[in-house]
Design a protein around this ligand. Structure first.
Ligand code: KG4
Ligand code: ZN
Length: 335
């Protein structure tokens, strides 16, 4: 069976065809980064308008790369939420129209569940229980997985997401958007110990994350040291900031591992592309005698292969999908 996946939750227009959970025939992602870059963040209306312009072409391209025609598609899956409502509605409406025209079943997909599932595209058999850390621009959450599709939330962020913190500092320093990759590049030769950022401490022993303290500390360093994008200390400042965000993530997953004794650690979401984080995550797993799994970079940031692959898993576990035209987008997720 050929599964088409469509993803438009934020600022990437993406389509993919998979025939199996691990068999990706095409994975096309059109990023709007350049469009939003001058504003230092996503402009929701621009994002929706550009999804409208690109979606048809992106789906056609995903079929072409899979060497298939639209009539060869057996099931359609689409991100239903969470995300920017205007953006989600473009993909969802398109998917509903397509399903209705082709008279094929439609499976709506939760964006966060798709991110968590992205790791199975390249790793069919992950030893359970597993702890999964999802780090993206909109979310930073920790999950306990007993098996595929069985995910319990252990912790969330109380304020900003990790990616959001990186994006905000990059915007403040006017060094570009999205902030994560820009900071990674500019901080490559910086000293991560030069600037001090205290690790957040939760008074109630919870595993929740918090990144707002880092932001306040960053603004203090910027003011005291008169930092700007031309300052030679910029690379040290950015390296220290990135290092602290990674420290906070690693410290929480370490604490969670000591409470839940997982067999595997999973890292996913856009920030999981970060080299420093990937390295520290693998080191932690090794040190604790656990397996570690991180998707290839193309499956970390928003993509539709994770949507179609999750639909494949759901379908094979009994969810048949339906031709429901009353599906609506949602902004908040239970994941
Ligand atoms: O998963 P994603 O594509 O979209 C959301 O669902 O939010 O994640 C986007 C986030 C952005 O905050 C971006 O700055 C961050 O992922 N990101 C990175 C890297 N590449 C993307 N953060 C750190 N290092 C990277 N290499
Ligand atoms: Zn995402």
């Amino acid at each position: 069976m050929n599964f088409l996946g469509i993803e438009t939750s934020c600022d990437e227009t993406a389509a993919s065809v998979v025939t199996d959970q691990t068999k990706v025939l095409s994975n096309v992602v059109l990023s709007q980064d350049e469009l939003h870059s001058p504003y230092g963040g996503i402009v929701p209306e621009l994002a929706s308008r550009n999804h409208v312009i690109s979606i048809n072409y992106i789906i056609e391209e995903s079929l072409k790369r899979a060497q298939l025609k639209i009539k060869d598609i057996d099931l359609i899956s689409v991100t239903q939420g969470p995300g920017l409502i205007g953006s989600l509605l473009v993909g969802l409406s398109f998917a509903k129209g397509l399903a209705y025209t082709l008279q094929k079943p439609l499976i709506p997909i939760d964006h966060l569940e798709a991110h968590i599932h992205s790791v199975f595209i390249e790793n069919k058999d992950i030893p359970f229980p597993a702890l999964a850390l999802l780090v993206s621009g909109g979310h930073t959450s920790l999950y306990l997985m007993r098996k595929k599709l069985d995910t319990r939330v252990l912790a969330r962020t109380r304020d900003d997401a990790a990616g959001e913190a990186l994006d905000k500092i990059a915007k403040f320093m006017e060094i570009g958007y999205p902030g994560g990759p820009v900071i990674e590049k500019l901080s490559q030769h910086g000293d991560p110990k030069e600037f001090d950022f205290a690790l957040p401490k939760m008074s109630d022993q919870s595993l929740d994350f918090s990144f707002s303290g880092f932001k306040t500390a960053a603004l203090r360093h910027i003011k005291t040291n008169k930092l700007n994008k031309k300052n030679p200390q910029l690379k040290d400042f950015l390296a220290s900031f990135e290092h602290s965000v990674v420290n906070a993530l690693i410290s929480n997953i370490k604490k969670a591992a000591s409470q839940h004794f997982p067999e595997s650690l999973i890292l996913c979401g856009g920030v999981a592309r970060n080299k420093r984080l990937r390295k520290r995550f693998k080191e932690l797993a090794k040190e604790q005698g656990m397996h570690s799994f991180i998707p290839s970079p193309e499956f970390c940031t928003d993509n539709a292969a994770m949507v179609a692959s999750l639909a494949w898993e759901k379908y094979n576990q009994g969810e048949k999908g339906k031709l429901s035209l009353d599906l609506n987008a949602y902004a908040q997720s239970s994941y």
